[in-house]
Unconditional design. Structure first.
Length: 190
């Protein structure tokens, strides 16, 4: 199954790169299969360094921001205990991983990773349809150049209904942030 979350990897300068990612996982989360594009910083960092941290979080505002750009204010981290990496302090669970093999013969790379450490920082808030709507909107925002504009607009309107019915302040802010981004990107298309 695909488990949506956030991956941190280290850039050349030692700073953390924070990216949303949905790896394929087994139920016990003993391995991850990542599928980043070769144009991504995550791909470049994992090809060079081969280590990272996968985070399970319910913080949809952070997920929305890292989907389309830098997180403001920047997140805080703690040092990963088993690898050269950084753990987001605002995550429910985290999984340190090492690359086992990397197949970059296709534009979308397949990277198989083993889990070498894990931990828990706080409870997961729970299921909320608005959190799901923000997650789906974040995925749409990352694909504005791949999906037809009318399809994106239709999906965003559908997700808006879930926000209106079930969102708290964090979900409302994150959805509005993504909606503005999608609107600006789709109206500026040639």
């Amino acid at each position: 199954m695909i488990l949506e979350g956030i991956v941190t990897t280290l850039n050349d300068d030692g700073q953390a790169n924070v990216s949303p990612m949905g790896p394929i996982v087994d139920r016990q989360i003993q391995e991850l299969k990542l599928r980043p594009y070769q144009t991504s910083q995550t791909y470049q960092n994992l090809k060079r360094h081969g280590e990272g941290v996968f985070h399970v979080t319910d913080n949809v505002a952070m997920l929305a921001q890292c989907a389309i750009g830098p997180i403001t204010p920047p997140p805080t981290f703690i040092k990963a205990p088993n690898i050269s990496g950084k753990i987001l302090t605002d995550a429910c669970r985290w999984y340190e991983f090492r690359v086992l093999d990397l197949d970059d013969t296709q534009p979308r790379t397949t990277i198989r990773c083993e889990i070498v450490g894990h931990g828990r920082q706080r409870d997961f808030f729970g299921f909320n349809r608005a959190k799901h709507a923000v997650l789906e909107a974040a995925i749409l925002a990352t694909r504005v150049n791949l999906i037809p504009q009318d399809q994106i607009e239709f999906e965003m309107k559908r997700l808006q209904t879930l926000i209106e019915k079930t969102a708290g302040d964090q979900e409302k802010w994150a959805f509005e942030f993504l909606r503005d981004y999608v609107h600006n990107k789709t109206t500026l298309k040639p």
